[in-house]
Design a protein around this ligand. Structure first.
Ligand SMILES: *Cc1c(COP(=O)(O)O)cnc(C)c1O
Length: 357
């Protein structure tokens, strides 16, 4: 077996032994009473985390499954994709591949979505859907979610789809209050579960739109999820191991307490920020828009990042990320998502410093 290398890269992140034990529990039938009790049992906690009264659905897919589902279920006329990094940029391509009319509201990588620019675009009346990545994992930019939501709310015919894959449960996100129409997240980043599950909720407005949409298919049909949820089931056989792992993780989250969880992410993130300044690097994201769950660091010292990561891996048994896509070598990313504490982050940062030269 390969040795255990601890992941400080922003996804997948380290999964705890408790979660892994839950993940590997013996199987149960997915139409039986035991499964229904499992699924119904986690709903209230999921709804609290989502900030919604709507049911929370579980999709056996990675997050992109639900991202594509949102496009297929909701877009009738034209979708506007807020774009500022690898994940948000890709949504334009995905929308077009689904046969939809789609436009980019593009800013430079490292910038955020400017609410005024979004308002101007929506005022044309051309769009019925907007896609937004809350926390752009490739650049470490956290978008001003409340301001973006306020803009979209001024355009009642427009539905807002928000991806929170790398921010969910690390900062408060109130779906109903903000008027988000589809809120989605994946398992392997902020939630620190194994990859392969996506979670999402859909507003009444978005269900109504979906009901008018032809060719929604089956696997990702929002109305199929809704119908099955009424019986505490999923449309097709879900990854049951993931649902046990999620149940275990929810237990952890609510045992820690939401406020304490948010505070822990803020303090571990602050440790990375201090490290960046002390070591003469700079942030890739502008002040005020920096992610709380990962830090994207501009390689202003021109370090050979790949070699550095290699030394850290060999000498200390963990890895961080050497830059996503076109940022490879120019920036690197350190994650503080999931279960990391001030103690684990401090020892990670100290080891990273020791391997720097
Ligand atoms: C990782 C990531 C995705 C893609 O997730 P998959 O699980 O690979 O589908 C989407 N959005 C954001 C913000 C991400 O960080």
């Amino acid at each position: 077996m390969t040795p255990h290398i601890k992941l400080f890269s922003p996804g997948p992140v380290e999964v705890s032994p408790k979660t892994l034990a839950a993940f590997s529990r013996p199987m149960i039938g997915h139409r039986g009473s035991e499964f229904k009790a499992l699924y119904a049992g986690i709903q209230p906690q999921l709804q609290t985390l989502f900030g919604t009264k709507q049911p929370v659905f579980l999709s056996t897919s990675s997050a992109w499954g639900v991202m594509e589902a949102a496009i297929r279920n909701l877009v009738h006329t034209r979708v506007l994709c807020c774009m500022q990094g690898a994940f948000s940029d890709k949504w334009l391509d995905v929308s077009k591949r689904c046969g939809k009319e789609a436009d980019a509201l593009q800013v430079e990588w490292g910038d955020y979505t400017h609410p005024e620019a979004l308002h101007e675009k929506l005022a044309t009346g051309a769009y019925d859907t907007v896609t937004l990545i809350h926390n752009e994992t490739s650049t470490g930019v956290m978008n001003p979610l409340a301001d973006v939501c306020a803009v979209v709310r001024k355009h009642p015919g427009v539905l807002l789809v928000v991806d929170t894959v790398s921010s969910f449960s690390a900062v408060p996100i109130a779906m109903d209050e903000l008027g988000i129409d589809v809120l989605l997240t994946g398992s392997q980043k902020a939630l620190a579960l194994p990859p392969g599950l996506a979670l999402f909720a859909v507003s009444e407005k978005a269900f109504a739109r979906a009901a008018q949409t032809k060719d929604r298919g089956y696997y990702f049909d929002f109305l199929e999820f809704k119908k099955n949820q009424e019986g505490n089931m999923t449309p097709s056989t879900p990854s049951i191991g993931h649902i046990y792992a999620l149940q275990s993780k929810l237990e952890d989250i609510f045992h820690e307490g939401l406020e304490a969880r948010y505070a822990r992410h803020a303090s571990t993130n602050a440790l990375v920020h201090t490290w960046v300044k002390e070591n003469g690097f700079d942030f890739f994201a502008p002040e005020g828009f920096r992610s709380k769950t990962l830090t994207c660091i501009a390689n202003t010292r021109n370090v050979d990042v790949a070699a550095w990561i290699g030394r850290v891996k060999k000498q200390h048994g963990f890895v961080f990320d050497g830059g996503y896509g076109k940022l490879k070598g120019k920036a690197f990313r350190i994650s503080n998502m999931g279960d990391e504490t001030e103690e684990t982050m401090s020892s990670m940062l100290a080891a990273t410093t020791r391997c720097l030269e």
